[in-house]
Design a binder for this molecule. Structure first.
Ligand code: BTN
Length: 239
């Protein structure tokens, strides 16, 4: 892994995307001070002080997009969850790739692909983790949120946390690309929130209400609605 540390940046994803030509495969761009972080579905990733991790992994697995690449966010989500567990907390994965502790968000992932026509120039896998956020910042976030220091009662060594995540990610990356989501399905499912619960999933401008019954071999969410119709969702947002 190559590391690029930035003292301050608007968005590590934006920085990495703009320089994707020059950055090598397996480069991590990271900062503790991200001023205009971006989230999924055009949302923002709230500024939460200068004591958290904001990072983007640049990957160049091949020059065309394969289906398995879209599951990399789920691999990262599992790896982040396992890292949290090392600190003695019990995270839950909110499909597809949010992490919650006690129903409060602690980490989010934004994956972006940079293409030149049909050619894939690189993938940028960005993640933000609340490690040492104060209550004052958390209260300003537009959804219930928490931070690892608040959950366990002491300050977290950011660099140590980041290294743990990246080590875990590197260990699994090659076999994941070969074997796909199936490699982690059981580990992922055992941490998935909402399975066998009634939920609402927003897919573009449509909402589907149903019981979450499974996560498929491809990482999709299976939902059974009130008419017993099965929906297999590859994207969406659980409300
Ligand atoms: C989400 O939950 O909507 C995804 C949030 C992703 C935030 C991270 S922080 C590092 C990287 N740079 C960004 O601008 N966003 C991602």
């Amino acid at each position: 892994m190559n590391y690029i540390y930035l003292e301050e940046v608007d968005s590590t994803n934006k920085y990495a995307k703009e320089r994707v030509h020059d950055l090598e495969d397996m480069t991590v761009v990271y900062t503790y001070n991200q001023t205009a972080g971006r989230g999924r579905l055009n949302r923002k990733w709230s500024y939460a002080g200068t004591d958290n991790i904001y990072a983007s992994i640049v990957l160049k697995p091949s020059d065309r997009m394969l289906e398995v690449y879209s599951n990399l966010t789920q691999l990262l989500c599992l790896v982040l969850s396992q890292t949290f567990e090392e600190y003695g907390v019990k995270p839950k994965i909110k499909w597809p790739n949010d992490i919650q502790i006690n129903k409060k968000k602690i980490s989010g992932i934004l994956a972006e692909a940079v293409n030149d026509g049909y050619k894939l120039l690189g993938l940028v896998l960005g993640f933000g983790v609340n490690l040492n956020t104060t209550k004052e910042f958390l209260d300003k976030i537009d959804q219930p949120a928490t931070s690892l220091n608040i959950e366990i009662g002491y300050e977290i060594d950011k660099e140590e946390f980041l290294k743990k995540v990246l080590n875990r990610f590197c260990l699994m990356y090659n076999s994941f690309i070969k074997k796909g989501f199936l490699l982690i399905r059981e580990e992922y499912k055992s941490r998935a929130a909402f399975l066998s619960e009634e939920i609402t999933v927003k897919v573009f401008d449509k909402s589907i209400v149903g019981k979450a019954v499974d996560i498929t071999e491809n990482g999709a969410l299976t939902l059974v609605d009130n008419d017993n119709k099965e929906h297999i969702l590859l994207i969406g947002d659980i409300l």
